[in-house]
Design a protein around this ligand. Structure first.
Ligand code: AMP
Length: 289
């Protein structure tokens, strides 16, 4: 496994692989890797001849009050994990390499970036789209793998790639969870024991919501039930809890679901913000015709 820190080095290695006719798959990450990230690297390995992972804590997707400086950084451990997965190349650039002096371009994906995480983190998807666009241009992979853990992000990137005619296939991979169902996240490390226990309620409430919605329950009533259940589990602060169309992210409205949907939640436990989401199919047999 080779570690490089400059765009020039990435391009040289990728050019050599391309000349040999090899296919490439990229997994972008911010490091502090866990089993969720590694599942993406494995997926990348199953898709292409060579796998590349990037590790870059992207400053432009954090607001000044957010956790950029405290975000966990564990490069040595990350490299050992990636090597054990058979990753071929790691690109871990500095902020100066990614954003040299004079940098002034940004990529903005309009409506699908609004609402959910875009509402509470207005700077976020612009930062993500810009850095992912750069990484895709730097590496020029055939495939790029992203987790459904950040479902809105996955849709934003799919939209960007389609809109800008970028020659890459975006692959979505399922959420990897802890034993109690908590979605794995580098930010779970911030939780104290009490918060960690409460965090385990989130996925269970989403699963119950999915069950109710799948049998035809009213969306508004189901959200009300879930807010109460989260409160009972000690989750005092909910950023959002919504049901939206799984492809367009349009709000599901009221009544029974009529289209494949996704339940989205963001909660605060202390200062830590956690997100999760859950798929739900409409109860066609109950839907009014
Ligand atoms: P991050 O390092 O948090 O920016 O995440 C890098 C990639 O890993 C993104 O595509 C995430 O959606 C994905 N990812 C993070 N956590 C998980 C998880 N628990 N399961 C699957 N993918 C994940």
């Amino acid at each position: 496994m080779t570690l490089v820190r400059t765009v020039g080095e990435v391009r040289a290695i990728v050019a050599k692989w391309r000349a040999e006719g090899l296919s490439l798959a990229l997994t972008p990450t911010m490091g502090a890797l866990h089993e969720g990230h590694l599942s993406l690297v494995r997926r990348a390995g199953s898709l292409a001849d060579r796998t590349i992972a990037s590790i870059f804590v992207n400053p432009s997707q954090f607001a000044p009050h957010e956790d950029f400086s405290s975000y966990p950084r564990r490069e040595a451990e990350d490299l050992a994990l990636l090597k054990a997965e058979g990753c071929d190349l790691v690109f871990a650039p500095s902020a100066e390499e990614m954003y040299p002096e004079g940098f002034q371009t940004s990529v903005s994906v309009a409506s699908i970036s609004q609402g959910l995480c875009g509402a509470s983190r207005p700077h976020f998807f612009g930062g993500v789209a810009t850095v992912v666009c750069k990484l895709l241009n730097q590496v020029r992979p055939d495939f790029a793998v992203f987790g459904e853990k950040d479902y809105q992000q996955l849709l934003v990137i799919r939209r960007m790639v389609r809109d800008l005619d970028m020659p890459v296939e975006i692959i979505g991979a399922p959420i990897v969870r802890e034993e109690d169902g908590l979605a794995m996240s580098s930010r779970n490390a911030y939780l104290n024991a009490d918060e960690r226990r409460k965090a385990g309620a989130l996925n269970k409430v989403l699963a119950k919501m999915a069950e109710r919605l799948a049998r035809g329950d009213d969306v508004g009533e189901t959200i009300h039930f879930a807010r109460t259940a989260l409160g009972d589990a000690g989750v005092a602060s909910i950023d959002y809890l919504e049901v939206r169309n799984a492809l367009t992210l349009e709000s599901a409205g009221s009544g029974a679901l009529t289209a494949p949907s996704r339940i989205f939640a963001a909660i605060f436990l202390g200062k830590t913000r956690l997100i999760d989401n859950w798929p739900v199919e409409p109860a066609w047999q109950h839907a009014p015709r």
